[in-house]
Design a protein around this ligand. Structure first.
Ligand SMILES: [Zn+2]
Length: 165
């Protein structure tokens, strides 16, 4: 069975005991997490339950314009007041340079991209976390309004390590 069909089957079973009165669009902990899409970073790894926090995810956990858009909505429309930025060790974006990624993917695709793609490749995970924090603090709609802290999730131990600003 395809992965999507398995999800549809599970969703049907879940919907049988779904109660809309038990859920809210407002994160219970008033927390937003910006992190990588990596499968090893999960709600249980962070001690979070469904409804606790907004999870904004992309490759790398990068403060892109679109991630900032989501964080602004999270704060102003849905009441979050703390942001955790989490990058991680062994991230796929640490394993190749920006130009290597462009070369590899355009070769495999067999054609150039029709729209520009920036992968945000990086080497130093601590420096990368600091860079994302600075991007968030640089936004006038976030600075002075939300508490922002940065972390590295160590996939070797499952632990979060804080990166001072
Ligand atoms: Zn990653």
């Amino acid at each position: 069975m395809s992965a999507i069909n398995r999800v549809l089957e599970a969703n049907h079973k879940n919907s049988l005991h779904y109660d809309p009165r038990e859920v809210s669009p407002h994160p219970r902990m008033a927390l937003a997490v910006l992190t990588c899409m990596d499968t090893r970073i999960s709600l249980p790894a962070l001690g979070l339950k469904v409804g606790d926090a907004h999870m904004i995810r992309n490759a790398g956990g990068i403060a892109t314009d679109d991630a900032i858009r989501s964080l602004v909505v999270s704060h102003y429309l849905l009441g979050t007041n703390e942001i955790m930025v989490i990058n991680h060790t062994d991230c796929g974006l640490m394993k190749a340079s920006e130009s290597d990624l462009h070369h590899k993917i355009s070769t495999e695709a067999g054609k150039p991209a029709n729209a520009s793609v920036k992968f945000h490749a990086f080497h130093d995970v601590n420096a990368n976390v600091r860079e994302q924090i600075e991007q968030l603090y640089a936004h006038t709609w976030l600075k002075g309004r939300v508490k922002i802290r940065g972390f590295v999730f160590e996939v070797e131990t499952g632990r979060l390590r804080e990166v001072p600003r």
